[in-house]
Design a protein around this ligand. Structure first.
Ligand code: AMP
Ligand code: MN
Ligand code: MN
Ligand code: MN
Length: 287
């Protein structure tokens, strides 16, 4: 597989290719995410709701009205080596039937998982968490740990959503229920066969050994994956440099995205990240 050479003129554009709306676990409707992106100077934007395309048409229309270039997006939940990994898809055909079916299948286990999470949380004294989380859900097919976190903060059992994850929802914590998401190869195939580019989301966040991380990136590339997030709200400045080196080593396009979910909760606002390190091929040169 060959990759486009870096184009320095594009690398400095304000691209934000990772964020969430009420179609998954964000708190703003697609139009309000678009407005916030435009207000913050974003020129190229993708809404990447978890396992879901429901916000895409609204996001594209709002982006057009605001003068932003829109790139279709989603963030697919994948199980790899006992760990949940997120693969962002960009620039695909949102009407592709195999992609739609694959995302539907990925979403379909969420409700049962949520009921099991509530049963586990009840054992540590958090009652009614399923019904409680649902009051924060806009898309009934997309109940996520984030909705549980908002409920648990609001009943005063934790100070903020990050604290909830630390105490209750992260791997091995009392409310964590192991779940089988899509396969890595499947997710990459759904995206690429719909004409899109697959991108490994926030690679520094996975609890993988260096060997397992190398396996993830090698297998991802072998399946046809072409991109990696380098500058994301989930990475430290040292990790920007570390994953810039990895992007060059693997010949991946580099992506940039805030992973914005909510004005109250997100550490990084839309369009507010530093630019990509020099010498990388920005993934948006492909669109
Ligand atoms: P789920 O897809 O239901 O497993 O939920 C995953 C979502 O939980 C992620 O997309 C984040 O929005 C959120 N999340 C994961 N870890 C944390 C954390 N430590 N603090 C806050 N939110 C988190
Ligand atoms: Mn999320
Ligand atoms: Mn993610
Ligand atoms: Mn995300």
């Amino acid at each position: 597989m060959t990759f486009a050479a870096p184009r320095a003129d594009l690398g400095t554009l304000n691209a934000d290719l990772h964020c969430h709306s009420t179609a998954s676990d964000g708190t703003l409707a697609p139009e309000r995410v678009a407005q916030r992106a435009a207000d913050n100077g974003v020129a190229i934007w993708a809404l990447t709701d978890h396992d879901e395309l429901a916000g895409q048409a609204r996001a594209r229309e709002a982006a057009g009205d605001l003068g932003m270039t829109y790139v279709t997006g989603t963030e697919v939940s994948v199980s790899f080596a006992g760990c949940t990994v997120h693969i962002v898809g960009l620039g695909f055909d949102p009407d592709n039937p195999d992609l739609i079916a694959g995302l539907h299948k990925t979403r379909s286990g969420r409700d049962l998982r949520a009921r099991e999470m509530a049963a586990e949380l009840a054992k540590v004294g958090i009652k009614g968490a399923y019904e409680g989380a649902l009051t924060y859900v806009d898309n009934p097919e997309l109940i996520s740990r984030t909705h549980f976190a908002r409920y648990i903060v609001d009943i005063g059992m934790a100070k903020d959503t990050h604290d909830v994850f630390k105490k209750y929802l992260a791997d091995n914590k009392p409310g964590f229920v192991p779940h089988r998401w899509a396969g890595l190869g499947e997710a990459v195939k759904w995206i690429t066969q719909a004409g899109g580019i697959a991108v490994v989301a926030h690679p520094a966040r996975y609890p993988l050994s260096p060997t397992a991380e190398y396996a993830l990136l090698s297998e991802f590339k072998a399946h046809g994956g072409q991109g990696i997030e380098v500058v994301t709200g989930s990475h430290s400045p040292a990790e920007f440099t570390q994953y810039a080196d990895i992007a060059r080593e693997f010949g991946f396009y580099a992506s940039r995205g805030s992973d914005f979910h909510s004005p109250e909760e997100s550490r990084m606002d839309l369009g507010a990240l530093p630019p990509l390190p020099a010498g990388l091929a920005p993934v948006w040169q492909a669109f």
